[in-house]
Design a protein around this ligand. Structure first.
Ligand SMILES: [Zn+2]
Length: 253
């Protein structure tokens, strides 16, 4: 008798922009079963979302990328490393932090998770055709700002995804000047669709087919900005929002 374990079949590439309320968290499932989490949202709701999307036997997360230390991106991460076996954490090396982020890093140290504070751009290879490029804002020469985030670009097979945390217009300008290839099929709107980012020039450089906006229902910040939504519509870019449709699931070929 031949018995094929499902675990041996390659997964289909999947990127989920998790419905975590007013915050950010994205789960990446690579064909070779590696799992990446970018940010952990504003509370422990991320655990429910991971439970919905990962098979019950999957208790490992290969890489956590913390785009920046703000609570709406980092609060859920401590419980994630309590519940999952996390291999590595990459965060933006920065002089600023928060009590919540410090607690998370202390916990990661106690658990002996590999921690990389990122100052320079890196490429992380997962397989021959799946890799991540990471650009911390320090590598772009922009002045310090609490919203500065790691820009992450995932290339996997034919699909490209761009994640920009809460980066502002200042960082977008630096990215445009840098000549970095920003082109992506899917772009996670910067700063929850705020008008302090997501400029027309930046969107034209990315040329996304779809923009995912991670945002809470009736949030007090007025995210996403009406002007940004208009801009996206005028550029014929499809919009999906976690406050309207819950978790946004994008599948590879
Ligand atoms: Zn944020």
């Amino acid at each position: 008798m031949v018995f094929n374990y499902e675990i041996k079949k390659p997964w289909r590439l999947e990127v989920d922009f998790l419905d975590v309320g007013q915050g950010d968290s994205a789960l990446i499932k690579l064909p070779n079963h590696q799992v990446i989490l970018i940010d952990g949202g504003p509370d422990n709701l991320v655990l429910w979302r991971l439970g919905e999307l990962l098979p019950f036997y999957q208790r490992r997360i290969d890489l956590i990328i913390s785009s920046h230390y703000h609570d709406d991106h980092a609060t859920g991460l401590a419980e994630v490393i309590n519940r999952y076996k996390v291999r590595e954490i990459i965060y933006q090396a920065d002089s600023t932090s928060s009590p919540i982020f410090d607690t998370f890093l202390n916990l990661a140290q106690i658990q002996k998770i590999a921690i990389l504070p990122l100052k320079n751009a890196v490429k992380v290879n997962f397989s021959t055709d799946c890799f991540l490029n990471l650009w911390p804002s320090a590598s772009l020469g922009v002045s310090a700002d609490p919203n500065n985030s790691i820009l992450a670009k995932l290339n996997c097979g034919q699909k490209k995804f761009l994640f920009s945390g809460d980066n502002s217009l200042k960082v977008e300008k630096a990215l445009l000047k840098s000549g970095i290839d920003l082109n992506a099929d899917v772009f996670k709107a910067s700063h929850h669709g705020s008008n302090s980012a997501n400029s027309e020039a930046f969107l034209l450089a990315i040329k996304p087919q779809l923009v995912a906006i991670s945002v809470g229902v009736s949030n007090k910040f007025g995210h996403p900005a009406a002007m940004v939504l208009e801009r996206l519509k005028s550029l014929n870019i499809k919009i999906r929002r976690t406050d309207q449709g819950g978790t946004i699931k994008i599948l590879g070929q």
